[in-house]
Design a protein around this ligand. Structure first.
Ligand SMILES: Cc1cc2nc3c(=O)[nH]c(=O)nc-3n(C[C@H](O)[C@H](O)[C@H](O)COP(=O)(O)O)c2cc1C
Length: 170
């Protein structure tokens, strides 16, 4: 491959039209703002496990996010794996409001991070690396503790949120 060839620009609308075919999980990344003590959070569809030993996770965050700088300052944050039916949690935390947590049912964990009730999993993390990648930052974080409950995940696909139902094997 000739790496010196200039990249052909990809139209963002076309980029989105192709990527909408890839289903993702929905995770809420949350922390307690060290300056105000208030909870802060945003929704990411880019959350992934990265490494088992050591236990690392990753996601990407847009450089225009107003919540990420607060979460980064906290250093420690929770990842809440959202369950089917938590569409209102997704709507609240993907909005650009000041009081995103007002309508949410949450409590503070032993790590001082917000945990959203009704989630399928809670992963407490510490920021390890932030890598600039285009108009996003790739965040790499170490897992401090993780717990899970039972249930069906919330899935984002084709621009819509819904539940996941295993298709019947033929
Ligand atoms: C299903 C879904 C997935 C999203 N995935 C991401 C993501 O991976 N990275 C990101 O930066 N924003 C993502 N967003 C958008 C952010 O949640 C939203 O822009 C952000 O919360 C804006 O608020 P802020 O300024 O408080 O950060 C996603 C939104 C939704 C609804």
């Amino acid at each position: 491959m000739n790496t010196s060839t200039a990249l052909r620009p990809i139209d963002p609308a076309h980029f989105r039209a192709v990527m909408r075919h890839l289903p993702t999980g929905v995770a809420a990344v949350c922390a307690t703002d060290p300056d105000t003590g208030a909870p802060s959070g945003l929704i990411v569809g880019s959350f992934q496990s990265l490494s088992l030993e050591p236990a690392l996770v990753t996601f990407s965050v847009t450089h225009t996010s107003t919540s990420w700088p607060r979460i980064a300052r906290a250093g420690q944050f929770s990842v809440n794996l959202l369950a089917e039916g938590q569409q209102p949690v997704c709507a609240a935390l993907s909005s650009r409001g000041e009081d995103k947590f007002g309508s949410l049912n949450w409590y503070q964990s032993g790590y001082g991070t917000p945990h959203i009730k009704g989630s399928l999993g809670w992963i407490d993390c510490r920021v390890e690396q932030e890598i600039v990648a285009g108009d996003h930052l790739i965040i790499i974080a170490a897992v401090l503790e993780m717990t899970a409950s039972e249930g069906e995940p919330l899935v984002f696909h084709g621009g819509r949120l819904g539940g996941f139902r295993e298709s019947q094997a033929a």
